[in-house]
Design a protein around this ligand. Structure first.
Ligand code: APR
Length: 263
C-alpha cells in the first residue's frame, strides 16, 4: 500500500492540469502570521472579522489602516520560501509539456509572484494596491514611508492617521483587499472556476476553509473529477474528504511531493 506521501507524489507526476488553492498558511513559513492562528501584539485581541470590514474601517480608520500598513511592511520584509519556488517551477514544467498550473490564492501578499508563479489569481485582492473608499479611484501609497517596522508593537495611541484620497475631497485610502461582506473580484474568481472544471489535480495548501466562497472551490474541482490533495499541519473540514491529506507545512510538503518530478 502506498503511503500518503507516495500517493501525493504519484498524483503530482500524473497531473497535467493543476490548480493550487492557497491560504494564509502558505505564507506562514515566510514569516507572515495567519489570520486564525495567534495574532501578535495588539491584534491578538481582535478577530479578523473585527478588522476586515468596511464598517470597522469607517468606525476606526486609523486602527484598521495601521493594521494593513503593518501587514504590508511585514510582507515587504520577508521572502518567498522553497514551497513558493517549487510551485513556480512546477508551473513552468507543466507549461513546457503543454499542461497548465493555475495559482488561485486567498492571500493578499505577492509571495507566489516573487516565488516565480505567473498570472496568480488573487481571490481576496491585494495588500499592495490602494484605492479610495468613496470615489474608488486607485492611488499610489508606499507603506515604507510611514516608518512602521515589521516587528512593531502597537498601542491605541500610536496608530497612524488614515490617508486622504488625492482625487476627491471626502474619501480615505483603503487597501485593495476583499473585506467581509464584499464580492470577490469577478475575473479572478471566474478564471479559478474555469480552471477547476478542467483540473485533474487540486492542491489546497494552508487554508482553514472557513471563509466562503473560497472554501467551496476544492469541492468544485472534486465534483468535476479532479483529485484533491490537502497540505495543512492541522486537519480541516476538507481533510477527510480530500483524496490525500498531508499533515505538514507548505515549506516541507511541497518540495517533498515534487522532488521526483522537478529535481
Ligand atoms: N503550512 C501550511 N498550512 C499552515 C501552516 C504552514 N506552515 N501554518 C498554518 N497553516 C494552516 C493553519 O492550520 C490554518 O488551517 O493555515 C491555515 C490558516 O487559516 P486562516 O488563518 O483561516 O487563513 P485562510 O484560510 O487563508 O483565511 C481565509 O480569511 O481573514 C480572512 O481574507 C482573509 O484570506 C483570508 C481568509
Amino acid at each position: 500500500m502506498p503511503n500518503d506521501w507516495d500517493k501525493a507524489s504519484q498524483l503530482a507526476r500524473q497531473a497535467r492540469s493543476v490548480v493550487v488553492l492557497s491560504g494564509a498558511g502558505m505564507s506562514a513559513d515566510s514569516g507572515v502570521p495567519t489570520f486564525r492562528d495567534a495574532q501578535s501584539g495588539l491584534w491578538e485581541r481582535f478577530k479578523p472579522e473585527q478588522l476586515a470590514t468596511e464598517d470597522a474601517f469607517r468606525s476606526n480608520p486609523s486602527m484598521v489602516w495601521t493594521w494593513y500598513v503593518w501587514r504590508a511592511v511585514l510582507v515587504n520584509s520577508v521572502e518567498p520560501h522553497i514551497g513558493h519556488n517549487y510551485i513556480g517551477a512546477w508551473q513552468r514544467y507543466l507549461a513546457g509539456i503543454e499542461g497548465s498550473l493555475t495559482v488561485a490564492t486567498q492571500n493578499v501578499d505577492d509571495l507566489h509572484e516573487r516565488g516565480g508563479a505567473q498570472k496568480v489569481l488573487h481571490l481576496h485582492g491585494s495588500l499592495h494596491q490602494y484605492h479610495c473608499l468613496d470615489c474608488h479611484k486607485a492611488a499610489a501609497f508606499d507603506p515604507a514611508h510611514t516608518g512602521i517596522r515589521p516587528d512593531q508593537q502597537f498601542h491605541r495611541d500610536n496608530v497612524l492617521s488614515a490617508v486622504d484620497c488625492p482625487h476627491c475631497d471626502s474619501g480615505l485610502l483603503r487597501p485593495g483587499v476583499v473585506w467581509f461582506g464584499e464580492s470577490l473580484p469577478e475575473p479572478a474568481f471566474q478564471t479559478a472556476i474555469d480552471a477547476l472544471r478542467k483540473a485533474d489535480l487540486v492542491v489546497v495548501v494552508g487554508s482553514s476553509g472557513l471563509v466562503q466562497p473560497s472554501a467551496s472551490l476544492p469541492f468544485l474541482g472534486q465534483d468535476a473529477g479532479a483529485a484533491v490533495l490537502e497540505i495543512n499541519p492541522t486537519p480541516t473540514e476538507l481533510s477527510n474528504k480530500a483524496d490525500v491529506y498531508l499533515g505538514s507545512t507548505a515549506a516541507m510538503a511541497i518540495p517533498e511531493m515534487l522532488a521526483g518530478l522537478l529535481t
